[in-house]
Write a protein that binds this ligand. Structure first.
Ligand SMILES: Cc1cc2nc3c(=O)[nH]c(=O)nc-3n(C[C@H](O)[C@H](O)[C@H](O)COP(=O)(O)OP(=O)(O)OC[C@H]3O[C@@H](n4cnc5c(N)ncnc54)[C@H](O)[C@@H]3O)c2cc1C
Length: 451
């Protein structure tokens, strides 16, 4: 049974959620927003309208339970965001690729929901200061990458954890490996568990499938028909008495089971507070896992300045002095638009956000102009820089396990007292950090409630 009190009725925002993505035929979620006290009682409540929360809510509703999704932001999707207002056409600010082909459960869901997927399978090209690097350098890089991947696979096989990229590796390509795996983690790979990363690098991090209508079409499809309260931040969850009582910025919700599908960093640093406090083993899992920082800097141009490119990734090596090079991971013309986007991780991401999108944008223009010529500067229109790590509802990009911490995800996913269920990318072992992990964790949380 789902009941609302306090004069609030769910209302359809079909147009808002679907028109910018060209999803006119999709059913919309039943979205309610606004101020004023509201009270609801449902069979199961879900905190967070990202992929994990929406997946869990959909499965529970399909099984006949009344559900209510509580979302702090004024939109669904969480770390999935296809945004059209900044440049007047869509671009991805968060998740971009579904990796692993048909093994990816979310890719299978998207295909089943009728969303077009297009393969993004071209290998990355290495570019040095003088243009394309020679085949020797590419081969060296591939070998270095192969060595890391087999070391990671070996660590998993022997259950002997260690770092992904060690400081002892002195090959010049190791800087590029640091960037690549750093982007996976949002942190220096020296700190990360090789066993944890093993699952994530089963597939080439550079290739996968794009959602043609934009990645936000996936949460829009998952949310169809679900009651969602937007602008509703959960502050306190009381789970010690008869009912679970969830205090939100709009009122309280009573239930017997709650799926907590907020990012790991939000569990670690608030504002959700549990009464009674969570058991020690759960706190250890929350505090033991880490959250990385990855940001995306996107430039738009008034016309295409990259020729035939359509989303291909390049790794650009930029020389700063006699000894100092930096590598930059860039996509040219993503989504077939006159754009370039750069993914930044760790300190580089933090620094870019500190100087701001304008300054970071011009620095990227200079790097690209040195490689592709003056047209880059001439047709440059503007930049957008994400700030996921400053966003109070994500506080970072994705989770990673520190060395020795690869088992913490299993604990993070375990329910507490058949009342509190946990979902989100951080709960997934097989697809940690990815949208597929959020999807699987959402399904598993729902299955655990229904068992
Ligand atoms: C820059 C970037 C690039 C990425 N690229 C890829 C990629 O190419 N492929 C891929 O598969 N994955 C990628 N990811 C990772 C992917 O976006 C995430 O793994 C996935 O979206 C996480 O989903 P989730 O449901 O676990 O969490 P989220 O999407 O973060 O959803 C959690 C929800 O909880 C809400 N919330 C938080 N606190 C509260 C509260 N107190 N009360 C109510 N609601 C709350 C949040 O607003 C949010 O909507 C990328 C991530 C980033 C940041």
């Amino acid at each position: 049974m789902l009941c609302y009190e306090g004069g609030m009725k769910p209302l359809s925002r079909r147009k808002l959620l679907t028109s910018s993505l060209g999803l006119g035929v999709l059913a919309a979620p039943l979205v309610s927003r606004g101020a004023g006290a509201a009270i609801a009682r449902v069979d199961a409540a879900v905190v967070g309208a990202g992929i994990a929360g929406l997946t869990a809510a959909g499965a529970l509703q399909a099984a006949g339970l009344s559900v209510l999704v509580l979302e702090a932001r004024e939109r669904i999707g969480g770390r999935v965001l296809t945004e059209s207002e900044t440049f007047g056409f869509p671009f991805e600010q968060g998740a971009t690729l579904l990796r692993g082909g048909t093994r990816n459960p979310l890719a299978r869901y998207a295909a089943g929901a009728g969303l077009g997927l297009s393969s993004d399978a071209s290998p990355a090209t290495l570019l040095g200061p003088g243009g394309a690097v020679g085949p020797g350098e590419t081969t060296l890089w591939r070998r270095a990458r192969g060595a890391v991947e087999s070391a990671v696979a070996d660590a998993r096989r022997k259950s002997r954890d260690g770092p992904v990229v060690t400081r002892e590796m002195t090959d010049p390509q190791v800087d590029l490996l640091r960037l690549q795996y750093g982007l996976e983690l949002g942190a220096s790979p020296e700190r990360a568990s090789a066993i944890d990363l093993a699952a994530r690098i089963r597939t080439d991090p550079d290739t996968g499938a794009r959602v043609e209508a934009g990645f936000s079409a996936i949460p829009a499809a998952l949310a169809a028909g679900l009651p969602v309260w937007l602008d509703t931040a959960v502050g306190r969850i009381e789970w010690g008495g008869g009912d679970v009582v969830i205090d939100t910025s709009r009122g309280s919700v009573r239930t017997t089971r709650v799926v907590i599908a907020v990012p790991l960093a939000n569990l670690a640093r608030g504002p959700v507070a549990f009464f009674p406090i969570l058991p020690e083993w759960k706190r250890q899992a929350i505090d033991g896992l880490m959250t990385g920082i990855s940001e995306r800097l996107t430039l738009s141009f008034s016309q295409n300045v990259f020729g035939e490119a359509r989303g291909e990734r390049i790794y650009q090596r930029v020389r700063h002095g006699a000894q100092s090079d930096t590598w930059h991971a860039i996509r040219l013309n993503p989504m077939g638009r006159a754009m370039a986007s750069e993914d930044l991780a760790g300190d580089a991401a933090r620094q870019a956000v500190a100087i701001g999108g304008d300054a970071a944008g011009w620095a990227m223009v200079d790097r690209l102009a040195a490689q592709f010529g003056g047209a880059v500067r001439h047709y440059y229109q503007g930049a957008h820089l994400t700030a996921w790590h400053r966003d109070p509802w994500s506080l970072g990009s994705t989770s990673y396990a520190p060395i020795g911490g690869h088992r913490l995800r299993v604990r993070l996913a375990e329910p507490v007292a058949r009342r509190l269920y946990f979902a989100g990318e951080a709960c997934s072992v097989a697809w940690a950090g990815q949208t597929a992990g959020a999807y699987e964790a959402g399904r598993e949380a729902a299955a655990a409630i229904l068992r």
